[in-house]
Design a protein around this ligand. Sequence first.
Ligand SMILES: Nc1nc2c(c(=O)[nH]1)N[C@H]1C(S)=C(S)[C@@H](COP(=O)(O)OP(=O)(O)OC[C@H]3O[C@@H](n4cnc5c(=O)[nH]c(N)nc54)[C@H](O)[C@@H]3O)O[C@H]1N2
Ligand SMILES: Nc1nc2c(c(=O)[nH]1)N[C@H]1C(S)=C(S)[C@@H](COP(=O)(O)OP(=O)(O)OC[C@H]3O[C@@H](n4cnc5c(=O)[nH]c(N)nc54)[C@H](O)[C@@H]3O)O[C@H]1N2
Ligand SMILES: [Mo]
Length: 774
Amino acid sequence: MSKNDFYTPYKGPAGGWGALKSTTKSWLQSDNAVRNVFTMLKTNQPNGFDCPGCAWGDKHDSAKIRFCENGAKAVNWEATSRRFDANFFKDHSVSWLNTQSNYFLEYQGRLTEPMRYNAQTDHYEAISWDQAFTQIAQTLKAQDDPNQVAFYTSGRASNEAAFIYQLFARAYGTNNFPDCSNMCHEASGYALTSSIGTGKGTVEMDDFEHADAVFVFGQNPGTNHPRMLETLREVVERGAQLLSFNTLRERGLERFQHPQHPIEMLTNGSKPLNTGYYCPKIGGDMAVVRGMVKVLIEMEKAAQKEGKAVFDHAFIEQHTQGMDEYLAEVEKTPWDAIIAQSGLTKEEIYHSAKVYAEANSVICTWAMGITQHHHSVAIIHEIVNLLALRGNIGKLGAGACPVRGHSNVQGDRTMGINEAPSKAFLEAMEAHFGFQPPQEHGLNVVQTIQAIQENKVRVFIALGGNFAAATPDTNATKDALKGCELIVQISTKLNRSHLTIGKNALILPCLGRTDIDKQAKGIQRVTVEDSFSMVHASGGVLEPLSSEQRSEPAIIAGMAQAVLGNFPLNWQELADDYGLIRKHIEAVIPGFKDFNQRIEQDGGFYLGNSARELNWKTPSGKAIIHAHALPDSVLPKKAQDLASDTTLILQTLRSHDQYNTTIYGMNDRYRGIKGERDVLFINPADIERLGYQEGDSVTLRSLWDDGIERKVSGFKLVPYSIPAGNIAAYYPETNPLVPLNSHGEFSYTPTSKSIAIELEPYQEPANTIAAVSN
Ligand SMILES: Nc1nc2c(c(=O)[nH]1)N[C@H]1C(S)=C(S)[C@@H](COP(=O)(O)OP(=O)(O)OC[C@H]3O[C@@H](n4cnc5c(=O)[nH]c(N)nc54)[C@H](O)[C@@H]3O)O[C@H]1N2
Ligand SMILES: Nc1nc2c(c(=O)[nH]1)N[C@H]1C(S)=C(S)[C@@H](COP(=O)(O)OP(=O)(O)OC[C@H]3O[C@@H](n4cnc5c(=O)[nH]c(N)nc54)[C@H](O)[C@@H]3O)O[C@H]1N2
Ligand SMILES: [Mo]
């Protein structure tokens, strides 16, 4: 086998036959076909469960099958009949399991009984639920400060679970809520709140039917939000403009077919999806947008001479503050800087500006290519400014659309999973529950890791997720976690975090979205909120694999009852009937009036968005137009100071066969990768300039000023369409490269998309099988 056999460019269209073939294959391979076909048919259906794949919305206008290839993988992965209990650990020590891959760990199937780590033997052992809750209660009660405990949340948790989780932690006495959102769309929340007065997107699903143009920034929907492709296809079919800005040429954004429209597939009629596909440099989007605004200023000046206008002056006058300062800042920014940082040509920027100016309604969507940089908040402010210039907020077919990741990450925030809660929220909690929640802000993900390192946080509780693998600076983070007094993880599947343990560790196995959730008062449903602020119910359809698995609300209620007794309420009653939890939510959180009744509507209900109604919840009552200077470099200062001619900027992203730290398979179909994850996408000119050849193995070393060596090795060079000076590789394998204190300004989000790297040749050790421990 030649050293480049793992790489052949993908020639088919995205989302069509290839997608269906791959879905079918994963069903058939699972020994589980009947269970899975049944569950797939229930995905996102009125009486089924919400797809755990992503936070894109559903159009509840027909009885269409509402799943996609990658949603199928997520469901398949959870709905497996593979299962294991503590007996599995009798044969496998934690140290041995730590030498196995992420894929191997999750492939073992669903966790089916509670377990406790035994440090003497280095094995997990069975434990009863009561023993587990007692141990948690003893440890939490023994802390001399509630802020020594951190409560992590991953965005699959339902509204009901999230609400009582935050109630438990606040009644215990802390606002320490690190959550996956800190690593994800935190910059969107921060930037939008500080400009338009709400942290959520202003767009509804139907707006896509009315938009004249849609701009997609830093997002790979073909893999991560495949149902969005259908929406985008309709946009293009209607004749509206679609411009994509992506550092890579992502096959899934360029062209695709719908796997559920067989005629189109039979004719192989894949059509060009995009009307424009531009490849800015990593972190270059602020410069792109600034360039567009520079052109719009020129157009406005020319229009004025003819008594016309390009800007929406009435909107600017009535609804914004600071536009003049911003436009002055744009005029001051030289074209040279814009071209150098954006990596686009002036013609491309002019064309984009023209498309923008000619459209009466424009939607801008974005995801991780925008939010995981040092200056992400400034980039998003720039996008908001662009929208505001022509009144593209609060108008049909227009608005800001951050496309969220985890299927209920937005809902979790609405429920109060927030280390920096608003005063209004805390007051509402106090008024309803009759105790004063802690007022001082708690810790986010980066601060939690720092606090664990400093021994200030000693107990770590996780409602889902895979903290040890998803967070930055893997080696430092793992070392820190090992110092914890107790780690508790509520999980569906085994992962790296269960093997990164403190002095004591507990695994509490929970039900997932696909499982039927039976409680004392009957079968329960939960609710979730999508990227469009639509709240709807979700109910599982499969018999759980074990009676020892408990629902998330039941586990949280069990912990709370053991720690707090009946303070501030009877927890067990909440676990018996989630309708009661929803009544508490209704009493505390705006927008949930008649919650229990309204979830009966097909499609759920809309929470509303103040900015969409031109109601700006900012200090001045107007949308704030921020005027940031274009940064000299997209790198944080500490990396910038060490950078040289040979430095490359790395973005870490997802393959087509993974869900965050969950690895379903080793292929990345649209990028042409087979059977490999340790690959490095690189511009062919950089391969040559740095003296390498295609397929060579390299070490990546990141640049930071603290003297700590951060390296990963054995990554093979794949020539790819990516701007010179930029490289890309998969996460989580590359997380050891991200320094903990390299994070976004204001957002604290790890800079997972802009890491300064030097390459070194790497010699594969002869005849050894490298241990995988990421
Ligand atoms: N199947 C599947 N679905 C998922 C997930 C998954 O892992 N698998 N994860 C879920 C989660 S939690 C999230 S947050 C979302 C993530 O959804 P995405 O944001 O689509 O995820 P990434 O793979 O990180 O892709 C980032 C994209 O931005 C581009 N990019 C990187 N840097 C830049 C830049 O500076 N400028 C521009 N213009 N482009 C850039 C990359 O080339 C890539 O196409 O997906 C959710 N859905
Ligand atoms: N370098 C780099 N790092 C990143 C990113 C990146 O792009 N680059 N992306 C970041 C982003 S956007 C995100 S959102 C985070 C993701 O961080 P996390 O949300 O912490 O990680 P996941 O991989 O989604 O978590 C997977 C685990 O969740 C558990 N699980 C699955 N379903 C359920 C459920 O229903 N209930 C419970 N209780 N547990 C469940 C399973 O045990 C599974 O192993 O990673 C971030 N880290
Ligand atoms: Mo995410």
